[in-house]
Design a protein around this ligand. Structure first.
Ligand code: UGA
Length: 455
C-alpha cells in the first residue's frame, strides 16, 4: 500500500485516519495533516461532535481553530465520521489520539486505547503505520503490540511509531505549525521514514492554511529514536515543566516570608542561560489534563518497576498545596459569609478547559466553608448546584458589591480591567492577584489592599 501513495512533484500524499479526531490533539492533528495535503478521515465516537465538525462547529475554543476548520472543510481534503473501522480500512497511516484519563484510584484509564486496538485488529488490510500521539504508558504499548501480533506480523502488516505532541492548549494551532522538534520513535527505518514523509510538507513549509496562521521559517529538528525513548521524551518534558512550576511556587512562598520580590528573583536567576526565565511564572499551581496525568503515570511506572519516583511525587504534592495556600490567604483577609469574586475558571488563559483547574478547586473549597462566590471567565463555564455560587457573563457585574477579587487565570481582559471602576464597585477593596498581572507599585493598585504572589 505504501507504494500506492500518490506521488506528486516529489511529495508523497497519504491516506490518513485520525482516531479521536474531535479531541484536542486529534482535531488539530487531523486539520494539520489535511493542510499538508494528505487525505484525512477524522473519526470520533461522539456523533454530535462529528456532525458539528462537518458544519464548521468546533467542540473546543482555541485560537485560529475555527478559521482552520472552515478552510480545511472548504478544500474537501478532510472528512469526519464515527466509523473508525471503515476509516482504518482505507488508510495507510492511522494516528491514535484518544484520551487516556486518570481514574479516581490514580491508574490510567486505557479503555479507549483497548477499543482502538480492537478496531485495528478488525480493520487492518494492508501494511498500516500506527502512529501513537496520545501519551500512552510504555507498558500499554507493549500490550497493544502483543494483541496485534496475535493476528498480524510486526514489520510486515503493521508498525507502531510513537510521535508525541507538544501542543499547549490555547496555542495549539500555532504550536502545530511551529514545533520546536518532531520526535519519531520506532523499531524500523521503514516506519520512521514513512512518518518523515508524512511531515515533509510541514518541514518544507509547503502548507495550505489561512493567512492569519503564523508559520516561521525556522528549521524543525527531527529526533529519531526507538519507541520507549520517544515516549520518555514526552514524559520527561512534561515532568520537567511541572517541576519548574512547583519549584518557582515554593520559591515564591519563601519570598513572601523574607520580604523578597519573586519577579526580581526570576529576572536575576533567569539571566543565567543554564536556568532561563521561561515557564517560571508562579501561580495557582499547574492544572489541565496533561502535567498531573503524566507525573502520575511516571509514579505508576516507578511502582511497576519497583523504583519509587520520590521526585515526581514531591512535584505533585507541592502542587496540591497551592490551592490551600491561596485559600489561607483569603481567610486571613476576608470573613466567612463575605462575597468573593473569582476571575478566571480555565486552568490557563486562552482556553475554555477547566480540567484540573485550580479555580474550580478553590471555588468548591470556598463554597464549602460558607463564602458566597461569584465568578467570571471570558470563555470557560462552571456550574455548581449551590445557591452560594453564581457565574456571571459580565466582568463588572461579577465584581459589584464584592469584598475580595481573586485573579486565578491570566486572561488579557483582566490585565486591561478599569481599576477605577473596580474600586467604585467593590464593597471592601481587596485584590488577590494569583498570576501577578499587576505591578504592586502601580498607583491605582495602591488604592487597593493588594496581594500578589511571592512579593
Ligand atoms: C502542556 C505542555 O506545555 C505541552 O508541551 C504538552 O504538549 C501538553 O501539556 C500536553 O501534554 O498535551 P498545557 O497543559 O496545555 O501544555 O499548558 P501549559 O502551558 O504547559 O500550562 C500548564 C499549567 O501550568 C497551567 O495551569 C499554567 O497556568 C501553569 N503554568 C505554566 C504556570 O503556573 N506557570 C508557568 O510559568 C507556566
Amino acid at each position: 500500500c505504501y507504494l500506492d501513495y500518490i506521488k506528486f512533484i516529489g511529495v508523497i500524499f497519504m491516506k490518513i485516519s485520525v482516531i479521536g479526531g474531535a479531541g484536542y490533539v486529534g482535531l488539530i492533528t487531523a486539520l494539520g495533516a489535511s493542510s499538508m495535503g494528505h487525505e484525512v478521515i477524522s473519526t470520533d465516537i461522539d456523533e454530535k461532535k462529528v456532525q458539528n465538525l462537518k458544519i464548521n462547529v468546533s467542540p473546543i475554543y482555541e485560537e485560529n481553530l475555527d478559521s482552520l476548520l472552515e478552510f480545511c472543510n472548504s478544500k474537501n481534503k478532510i472528512s469526519f465520521t464515527s466509523n473508525s473501522n471503515e476509516a482504518i480500512k482505507e488508510s495507510d497511516l492511522v494516528i491514535i489520539s484518544v484520551g487516556t484519563p486518570t481514574k479516581i484510584n490514580g491508574e490510567i484509564d486505557l479503555s479507549q486505547v483497548e477499543m482502538v486496538t480492537k478496531y485495528l485488529i478488525n480493520s487492518i488490510k494492508n501494511y498500516t503505520l500506527i502512529v501513537i500521539k496520545s501519551t500512552l504508558p510504555i507498558t500499554a504499548v507493549n500490550v497493544m503490540k502483543k494483541e496485534l501480533d496475535s493476528k498480524f506480523e510486526s514489520g510486515v502488516d503493521y508498525d507502531i511509531i510513537s510521535n508525541p505532541e507538544f501542543l499547549r492548549e490555547g496555542r495549539a494551532v500555532h504550536d502545530f505549525y511551529n514545533p520546536d522538534r518532531i520526535v519519531i520513535g520506532g523499531d524500523s527505518n521503514k516506519s520512521i521514514n514513512i512518518l518523515k514523509e508524512f511531515y515533509m510538507p510541514l518541514i518544507n513549509r509547503d502548507l495550505n492554511i489561512p493567512n492569519n496562521i503564523f508559520v516561521s521559517d525556522k528549521k524543525i529538528p527531527i529526533v529519531e529514536t526507538n519507541l520507549p525513548s520517544a515516549q520518555m521524551i514526552k514524559y520527561g518534558s512534561n515532568a520537567f515543566l511541572a517541576n519548574k512550576i512547583s519549584f518557582i511556587n515554593e520559591i515564591a512562598q519563601i519570598c513572601e516570608s523574607v520580604d523578597a520580590d519573586v519577579n526580581d528573583v526570576i529576572f536575576g536567576m533567569g539571566i543565567d542561560p543554564r536556568i532561563g526565565k521561561n515557564y517560571m511564572q508562579p501561580g495557582p499551581g499547574f492544572g489541565g489534563p496533561c502535567l498531573e496525568k503524566d507525573l502520575t503515570a511516571l509514579v505508576e511506572l516507578g511502582n511497576h518497576f519497583e523504583l519509587e519516583a520520590t521526585f515526581m511525587k514531591a512535584i505533585l504534592e507541592r502542587n496540591e498545596r497551592q490551592v490551600e495556600l491561596i485559600f489561607k490567604k483569603i481567610t486571613n483577609e476576608v470573613e466567612v459569609n463575605s462575597e468573593i469574586t473569582i476571575l478566571g475558571l480555565s486552568f490557563k488563559a486562552d482556553t475554555d478547559d477547566i480540567r484540573n483547574s485550580a479555580s474550580i478547586k478553590l471555588i468548591n473549597l470556598l463554597v464549602e466553608k460558607g463564602y458566597k462566590v461569584k465568578s467570571y471567565d471570558p470563555k470557560a463555564k462552571y456550574t455548581l448546584n449551590n445557591q452560594k455560587y453564581t457565574q456571571y457573563n459580565q466582568i463588572y457585574a461579577s465584581i459589584e458589591s464584592s469584598n475580595c477579587i481573586v485573579i486565578m487565570t491570566e486572561w488579557d481582559e483582566f490585565k486591561n480591567i478599569d481599576l477605577n471602576k473596580v474600586y467604585e464597585l467593590m464593597d471592601t477593596k481587596i485584590i488577590l492577584d494569583m498570576r501577578n498581572l499587576f505591578d504592586k507599585n502601580n498607583d491605582l493598585i495602591n488604592n487597593f489592599n493588594y496581594f500578589g504572589i511571592g512579593n
